[in-house]
Structures are given as structure tokens and as C-alpha cells.
Design a protein around this ligand. Structure first.
Ligand code: PA5
Length: 461
């Protein structure tokens, strides 16, 4: 079981345009590590304790053990950090096209749907094809009051009532142990509710019941997820402020220096693996919502722009931009040593130049060679890149990746001088939404909204 970061192609003594030795030597990682320690000691980094929180883990596995046989469909209602983790887990660790497989092909495990939006078309279509009697809805919200998730919940609840089903048999909440409307409803009505610890924010919550409950319900090895996360958390803790040994520190410091010293403001995560494609989306939210913000009130704002890509698919899309577009990007590849299946390319058309050389190679070998070729080509053009190597896509390695990127985000927050745990910038849009929907406590937002410029006919075609 390994997760190794090769950052050769980030360094200025190896590639043109890489990080200069002097910048590397003076990287303020000691300060970042001290900041992480301070936050941990202040009880702010609850996600670090999750891999050893057996009681919390058991909340999910115990619930799943008694519930799963009753359901053919598990539907997660949630958005942002409450949805992207379950989606990444599903794509990585379940068989491809899981929800289209027969029950036998799914080894008797339920299908897993994640409704991460309020588009009526998607929700109507899903509810229209489910058998509600055999469906479990996991309503996930740390705050217990997010408009999109609450709207989904209200729609689902009404459908259950119309179908004359007992809502308690078809709902489980995942929310703060004490606060919020969902917890209140759960307490009032005796609906099952699992905990998101107070010190774990939405985008750091995949290893709480947010991700672990759906995972356990569909038969993913959640103990292995925790084992991988525990391993990386341990590696980072024992490395401490020794940057060269701290994988999360390295990831954060390299990206930070590339941004602030080399103008590489865009950070691409590019797995060469279909199962890992949604971990890129999960990372994009983590990096964007944690780091894009004001350092002090009134400053212009800092933070890199994360971007997801998929190899080899995006070699025929975004890689042209990465190679020759503005030199404002780093690319982090995720390379997987063992693909999930062996598939040999047949030796056909051996006398056709464009086809003959492929015969006899493995498809996984082609994917891996393409990743190395792209990394090398970027390096040759002075485009910094690095590669995270994992043995295979399994629960252990996924847990390790989640934890590595979460710790790296805290380090990056310290390096950029921002609080990686809050998201004040999304509040105003929420308040305007409340104002327009008539929420009674949104009077101030309503007044502010009314003062905004209205669409001007001169600027409309
Ligand atoms: O990372 C975050 O905190 C956010 O993206 C939240 O996950 C998102 O806004 C949903 O919030 P909640 O879980 O409170 O419904």
C-alpha cells in the first residue's frame, strides 16, 4: 500500500520554469505547520481524528447492517461537501455503471444515487423511476438548513406521505449532533440521525457518515478507507515540519510556491483513471472553497483556481491549453500502477503503421505510458507538473488521497494566510436567494437586493 508523490518536474534545477532552489529553501512551511498544529490544538481540525473515531464509524456500519437489506435504492440528498464525497466514493469504488447493473451483478447491494442539485428535471426523473417502498433517502446537511437540500427533502417527504409510507422507515439524516433544523426534526419525530462532528466542516466530512454511511450501505470496505486515511495522517504527523517527508506539506508548498513565485495560479488535478475522475471534482471544491478568499477585510482576495481533468481523455481537449496556453498552471497527475482489469490490445492490422505497434500491449500500459508521456512533454516545455502514484484504486488508497488533500488544504490555507475552514463568500448569494423566496429573516438582504442595478435594456440582445 503506497502513495508516493514524485515532484521532480516541479523543480527549477530539473525543468525550465520550475521552482527556484532559493524559493524552495526558504519556503515558509515551518510557519504553515505551526498554524496547523495551532488549529488542531484549538479543536478546529476534527477531520484529523476521524480515522481513529471508531464510535462514529460504527454509527454508519451499524445503521447499514440493519437497514441495507430493506432497500434497492439509496438516495443521498445534499450539496457541496455533502454530495461530492459520496459521488467520488461511488465512482471510485463501485463497479462501472453500478446503477444500471442487476441486483445479482451488484452482489445484492442497493443502487446509489446522489442528488446534488435542485434541477427539477433530474429529481422528477429519479423519483419517477424509484420504487419508494424500497428506497432509503439519506438527507445530508451539516448546517441542517441548506436551501437546496431542504427543498429536496420537502419534495421527497411529501412523496413518501402521498405513497402512505412511514417517513421514519425511509429517511435517515446526517447532520450536526445538536444544531440545526434537521436535528430538531429528527429529535421531534424519532427519525434516525447520524452525526457530523461539530469540528468537521462540509468539505472535510467525507470520512464522517456523510461519505461512510452511503459507502457502508452499498458494501464498500469503510474500514479500509479509514486505514488509508490513518496511514497518511500518521505519516504527516510524524514528519511534522520536515517538509521533505511530509506528503501533504509538499503538495501544499509546491502549489503555493508555483502560484506565488511562478504565476501558476491554476492547479489542475488530472487522474489517469476513470474511477478517480470524480475525485477531481471533490478536490476542486475543497481547494476553491477553502483557499479563494480575502486575507483581511477589503483586500483583493487570494487563492489558486483548481481545475479537474481526466487522462487520457483530456489529452484531446485541455492538454493543448496546458502545453501552449498561458504559463499559469501546474498539473498534478494521479497515476495508478495496477488497473482494475487486464485487457490486451489484439495484434491485428500488423502492417498498418497507425495500428500495428499497439498490438500485444495492455490498455492499462497504454494509459500509464500516456501519463508519463504527457508529464514529460509538459516538463520539456517548462510546464511544472507532479505525479501522485498509487498502487491501485481501492478503499485504502482513496482514504489516503482524501486525507492527504484535506491536510494539504489546511497547510495551503496557512501559507496563503486565509482561513481554510470557512466560506463567507457564498453567504451573500444565499441571503439574496432567501430574500427573493420570502424567508422572513432576510429583510436586510431584501433591501440590499432592491438597491442593486436591474437589467438594462441597452445591454441586452
Ligand atoms: O464545504 C462546505 O462547508 C460547503 O460546501 C457545504 O458542504 C455545503 O454548503 C452544504 O452545506 P450543508 O452540509 O450545511 O448543507
Amino acid at each position: 500500500m503506497t502513495l508516493r508523490i514524485d515532484y521532480t518536474n516541479m523543480m527549477g534545477d530539473v525543468i525550465n520554469g520550475g521552482i527556484a532552489a532559493a524559493d524552495w529553501a526558504s519556503a515558509p512551511f515551518g510557519r504553515a505547520h505551526a498554524g496547523l498544529d495551532r488549529r488542531r490544538d484549538a479543536g478546529e481540525l476534527g477531520f484529523l481524528a476521524l480515522p481513529t473515531d471508531d464510535a462514529l464509524h460504527r454509527q454508519s456500519t451499524d445503521f447499514a447492517a440493519t437497514a441495507k437489506a430493506k432497500f434497492d435504492d439509496v438516495v443521498v440528498l445534499g450539496i457541496g461537501g455533502s454530495a461530492l464525497g459520496p459521488i467520488a466514493l461511488r465512482t471510485a469504488l463501485l463497479k462501472p455503471a453500478w446503477n444500471s447493473l442487476t441486483a445479482k451483478e451488484r452482489d445484492g447491494q442497493p443502487r446509489l444515487h446522489v442528488l446534488d442539485n435542485v434541477d427539477p428535471q433530474t429529481i422528477t426523473a429519479l423519483l419517477g423511476r424509484l420504487s419508494l417502498e424500497r428506497a432509503l433517502f439519506v438527507v445530508t446537511s451539516k448546517s441542517g438548513g441548506t436551501a437546496e437540500t431542504m427543498a429536496q427533502y420537502l419534495v421527497v417527504r411529501e412523496r413518501l406521505i402521498q405513497a402512505k409510507l412511514d417517513v421514519k422507515d425511509h429517511l435517515v439524516f446526517v447532520t450536526d449532533p445538536k444544531k440545526g433544523a434537521l436535528r430538531q426534526i429528527a429529535n421531534d419525530e424519532g427519525i434516525a440521525a447520524l452525526d457530523i462532528p461539530p469540528a468537521v466542516g462540509g468539505r472535510y466530512s467525507v470520512l464522517t457518515p456523510v461519505g461512510i454511511l452511503p459507502a457502508a450501505l452499498v458494501g464498500i470496505d469503510t474500514a479500509q478507507l479509514m486505514a488509508g486515511a490513518r496511514d497518511i495522517a500518521g505519516r504527516c504527523a510524524s514528519a511534522g515540519d520536515t517538509l521533505a517527508k511530509n506528503p501533504a506539506g509538499l503538495f501544499a508548498t509546491l502549489q503555493y510556491l508555483a502560484d506565488t513565485k511562478l504565476g501558476r495560479h491554476i492547479h489542475v488535478l488530472m487522474p489517469y483513471s476513470d474511477p478517480l475522475r470524480d475525485i477531481a471534482d471533490w478536490f476542486v471544491q475543497l481547494w476553491a472553497e477553502s483557499l479563494g478568499k480575502h486575507r483581511t477585510s477589503g483586500d483583493a482576495g487570494v487563492g489558486p483556481t483548481p481545475l479537474g481533468a481526466l487522462g487520457a481523455t483530456d489529452q484531446h481537449s485541455k492538454v493543448q491549453l496546458f502545453m501552449e496556453g498561458p504559463p499559469d498552471k501546474t498539473v498534478t497527475f494521479i497515476a495508478v500502477a495496477e488497473g482494475g482489469a487486464e485487457l490486451t490490445i489484439p495484434k491485428l492490422h500488423s502492417n498498418v503503421t497507425e495500428l500495428g505497434y499497439l498490438g500485444g500491449h495492455q490498455l492499462g500500459e497504454l494509459l500509464s505510458i500516456e501519463q508519463r508521456a504527457t508529464a514529460g512533454a509538459l516538463a520539456r516545455r517548462g510546464r511544472p507538473n507532479m505525479t501522485m502514484h498509487i498502487d491501485r484504486v481501492d478503499a485504502w488508497h482513496l482514504g489516503a488521497l482524501f486525507m492527504l488533500l484535506e491536510i494539504a488544504t489546511i497547510y495551503a490555507g496557512e501559507l496563503y494566510g486565509v482561513n481554510p475552514l470557512d466560506q463567507p463568500g457564498v453567504e451573500l448569494g444565499k441571503q439574496f436567494t432567501y430574500a427573493m423566496l420570502g424567508r422572513p429573516d432576510a429583510e436586510q438582504a431584501r433591501q440590499e437586493w432592491n438597491l442593486l442595478p436591474k437589467p438594462d435594456a441597452r445591454y441586452s440582445v
